[in-house]
Design a protein around this ligand. Structure first.
Ligand code: ATP
Ligand code: MG
Length: 430
């Protein structure tokens, strides 16, 4: 029979690596809490139209990466509907913001999420078809201050703090402003004109973008196109005074908070809905897929999907890439050993061993429960691989309440009264 394997581009995460995933998520939750964010969990699939409108037709995600299917009606009252596995989470968060009238409170909404996203990409290191993002959004009516450059700077400062607390050193923050929707439209026309004489020498994608969405040309990764892209007009020259002032204030707040950054006037990002500030954090340890996270301001997104005016700023970090980075920095999780392995002598002692394991686990210890049918030698071998100590439980030990404990790191064998066992196994506190 052929063996069924995990689908291409998907992965099983196994211990001990999952411990690292959990540590990353716990650190993220702790940092987000200190910035007063709350968690949102949106569905893994949504109406296809949400992404088409919210992410933008002329993006790689929409044009070729989505998992979309026609969901058949199950009853007369239902309609067949086009559904899509979410390729990103911002559109879902903004849909929920609109659907639940979260803006009606008049307050800023500060929401974070952690969860799987799906894109049909060419799988390679750091690029998967199911991957996990940790992201956050700050969104609200303009009267709540949602357009303030302080919000952009606070989000960036929070990210710098999160990466530092995760132990990720050596990151780079690149920053740009793509201006207001009007600035972007103006720049698109400037670019379109500049591309007319040169597009013919560029890749097929750029030839198409030069007509449909010239801004996307700046995102091109094809090496031979780069010298041409270098000669194109820069977006800063198309920004109006308000956009320039907004960006200057973001930079001033970052300077005050001592968050280091570099300006990159070609950073336009993959999604169509960005306005003003766009950013990316990269890390050299990742190789070709060097983006740890990306984000930006999306002042027109809510309007674009039929909601009230609700400017916002957010980011999404690739959790898979955080794990790869931490592994490269050699702070990866080691195999965690249990505090003790309980070895019952004979199957008749299995119930008593379960009771002892229960007692110790209740006391907060990590316990591996052995098996009474094992010969003592086999119990010792298994214990040595999985635990820091072995506790032997035979008839005599059960009756006397004095247990034999061998500590593998010191090699010492001792007799310990059952009441003191938990304390002894915990060892001296560090
Ligand atoms: P890239 O240029 O690497 O394709 P992107 O612009 O498509 O990134 P975003 O949509 O901004 O990425 O997603 C934010 C982050 O999510 C990325 O910086 C990256 O860390 C992570 N990410 C995106 N796509 C994948 C994927 N297929 N597998 C793993 N992580 C991903
Ligand atoms: Mg991509």
């Amino acid at each position: 029979m052929t063996i069924i394997k995990a689908v291409r581009g998907t992965r099983d995460l196994l211990p001990p690596e999952t411990a690292l995933w959990n540590r990353i998520e716990a650190t993220a939750r702790s940092v987000f809490a200190r910035y007063n964010f709350g968690e949102i969990r949106t569905p893994v699939f949504e109406d296809t139209g949400l992404f088409a409108r919210g992410v933008g037709e002329e993006t790689d995600i929409i044009s070729k990466e989505m998992y979309t299917w026609e969901d058949r009606a199950r009853a007369q009252s239902e309609k067949t509907q086009s559904l899509t596995l979410r390729p990103e989470n911002t559109a879902g968060v903004v849909r929920a913001y609109i659907e639940h009238g979260l803006g009606e409170s008049g307050l800023l909404q500060k929401l974070y999420y952690i969860g799987p996203q799906f894109r049909r990409e060419r799988p390679q290191k750091g690029r998967y078809r199911q991957f996990s993002q940790i992201g956050a959004e700050v969104i609200g009516p303009p009267s709540a201050g949602s357009e303030s450059p302080l919000r952009d700077a606070e989000v960036l400062e929070m990210l710098a703090t999160l990466l530092d607390e995760l132990g990720i050193t050596g990151w780079t923050l690149e920053l740009n402003s793509v201006g207001s929707a009007a600035d972007r439209a103006r720049y698109n026309e400037v670019l379109r004109a500049a591309l007319v004489p040169v597009a013919g020498q560029m890749c097929a994608d750029c030839q198409r973008r030069a007509v449909t969405n010239p801004l996307r040309v700046l995102d091109c990764k094809v090496a031979s196109d780069q010298p041409i892209i270098e000669t194109l007009p820069k977006i800063v020259d198309s920004l109006d005074d308000a956009s320039k002032a907004h960006f200057a204030q973001v930079l001033a707040a970052l300077d005050a908070a001592q968050v280091p950054y570099t300006r990159n006037d070609r950073l336009v990002r993959g999604l169509d809905y960005y306005t003003r500030t766009t950013f990316e954090f990269t890390h050299g340890g990742l190789g070709a897929q060097n983006a740890l996270l990306g984000g930006g301001r999306y002042d027109g997104l809510s309007d674009a999907i039929g909601g009230p005016r609700a400017p916002g700023i957010g980011f999404a970090m690739g959790e898979d890439r955080l794990v790869l980075t931490l592994q490269a920095l050699e702070t990866a999780a080691q195999t965690i050993k249990a505090d003790a392995f309980i070895a019952p002598i004979g199957e008749g002692l299995n119930p008593a061993a379960l009771a002892l394991a229960h007692e110790l686990r209740r006391a907060g210890l990590r316990i591996e429960l052995g098996e009474g049918s094992f010969r003592l030698k086999k119990s010792f071998e298994a214990a040595d691989k999985t635990a820091r100590a072995i506790v032997i439980l035979g008839e005599d030990e059960l009756e006397s309440g004095i247990l034999t404990v061998k500590n593998f790191s010191t090699g010492m064998q001792t007799k310990v009264p059952r009441a003191e066992l938990a304390v002894v196994l915990k060892g001296p506190s560090e």
